[in-house]
Write a protein that binds this ligand. Structure first.
Ligand code: NDP
Length: 402
């Protein structure tokens, strides 16, 4: 049975979600893309018509105020909202879904705009209300968080009795030809990278100076890259949901030029989120920086190279130590040919579409608020390859170099 879906946010990820939903006509019968800037929705709708041969509706929406989203939902009557705007809008959109009786899915957890801090507590506080309303909210259904959490659930279900350690490793070996750009929303990306590193070991969180712990690692189809230990939101939920876990860390690769630019921007105060007075106006330096940096959705055209994102997992099966590494490799140029996007937005948007499909098909429909690793990984793993993100499983003989 086909359903109506409302996608909020017409950035890099929103574009991919629109294209991928359009490819699955049986589930997504009618699609509306709404965002703050209508022209962005219209540009994407044009590309969807050209590449996927489908017409989607568009609307201007400021989702910071739930009243606006409620009005749009009442008009369009979707069964589900896919929120791929910014983390700042999560709670307002969840409120609108509760008010109108609509399911919810997102790819990033809530962040208050005036504090560089992301945590699930604000969204987990909605559990009872979604449960009582008989509505499903699926949190963090991109790649990381998202597909990486599902890899962990899959490993827990099929490969391990006990998982002792998880290392999530996110490598982008692509090149977009710009001196400095971020692959997803610059403001959110820079807030994430410049915060202190954090990992969980033996029941407690341990902190490191930002990007101070790093090691080279050879990524399949990407080569050897330096990866840096960072805090990332999926650690918070996986610590709660994996049996016997003793350590979990997150690593991301960065090139030298990227880090040098970032250091300079930080040193001159451009990454600050504290408002300053500029010629009689209050401006937030990081928001101004975002305005002058290339838009993530503009990077796709000349992007070459690949991404490799996966989970390195160690533990026991049938009383024997086991090492397991599962990952996906994604090609920037191939993504552009298919949906006019680079691989970072693509790897986020495809799991979001599939999570939405599983919810609407009834497979992942479960009243409450759920992180994806608590849902059955099998249907997702069976279908994700054919939608563009196949996975590779290996059994490494050597330990990680760190
Ligand atoms: P972009 O900045 O490219 O797009 C965000 C879009 O949201 C823009 O079109 C923006 O509109 C719109 N928007 C912002 N505020 C509002 C508002 N108040 N009301 C309506 N629309 C609004 O970001 P990305 O597409 O790169 O990222 C989208 C989301 O995906 C983010 O939350 C990000 O954190 C998440 N993400 C998750 C990943 C994962 O693997 N889990 C990986 C990458 C991203 P305008 O253009 O007018 O500003």
């Amino acid at each position: 049975m086909s359903s109506r879906v409302l996608i909020i946010g017409a950035g890099g990820v929103g574009g991919v979600v629109a294209h991928k939903c359009a490819q699955v006509k049986d589930t997504f019968g009618e699609i509306m893309l709404a965002s703050r800037t209508l022209s962005k929705c219209e540009r994407i709708a044009g590309e969807v018509a050209e590449l996927q041969g489908r017409t989607i509706r568009t609307a201007a929406l400021d989702a910071d105020d739930p009243k606006n989203t409620i009005r749009l939902i009442e008009d369009f009557e979707p069964e589900l909202v896919i929120n791929v705007a910014l983390p700042y809008q999560d709670l307002a959109i969840m409120d609108a879904c509760l008010a109108t009786g609509v399911h919810y899915l997102d790819t990033a957890n809530y962040e208050p705009p005036d504090e560089a801090k992301f945590e699930y507590k604000w969204q987990w506080a909605y559990r009872e209300r979604f449960e009582q309303a008989g509505l499903t909210a699926i949190l963090g259904c991109g790649f990381d968080p998202g597909q990486t959490n599902i890899y962990c659930a899959w490993a827990q279900k099929h490969h391990f009795d006990t998982i002792r350690s998880v290392d999530i490793m996110d490598c982008n070996a692509g090149s977009h030809g710009k001196a400095f750009a971020t692959n997803f929303n610059p403001e959110i990306n820079i807030r994430e990278i410049t915060q202190r590193g954090r990992y969980w070991e033996k029941g407690e969180w341990k902190e490191t100076d930002p990007l101070s712990v790093h090691t080279p690692f050879h990524f399949a189809e990407c080569g050897e890259k330096e990866m840096y230990l960072m805090y990332h939101e999926e650690l918070e939920s996986l610590v709660q949901n994996l049996r016997g876990l003793e350590r979990i860390r997150f690593w991301m690769t960065f090139g030298k030029a990227y880090l040098t630019h970032l250091e300079v921007l930080q040193n001159v105060g451009m990454t600050s989120i504290t408002p300053i007075d500029f010629e009689g106006q209050q401006i937030v330096p990081l928001q101004f920086l975002k305005a002058v940096l290339p838009k993530p959705e503009s990077l796709g055209e000349n992007y070459t190279g690949k991404t490799n994102i996966g989970c390195w997992i160690e533990g026991e099966k049938d009383g024997v130590f086991k090492r397991y590494y599962i990952y996906n490799v994604c090609d920037h140029a191939a993504c552009y040919r298919e949906v006019r996007s680079q691989a970072i937005s693509y790897t986020t948007g495809v799991p979001a579409m599939l999570g939405a499909k599983l919810l609407l098909d009834g497979v992942w429909k479960k009243p409450g608020v759920h992180n994806v690793e608590t849902l059955d990984p099998d249907p997702f793993m069976q279908q994700i390859g054919k939608h563009g993100l196949p996975w590779v499983e290996t059994y490494p003989t050597e330990p990680l170099p760190v």
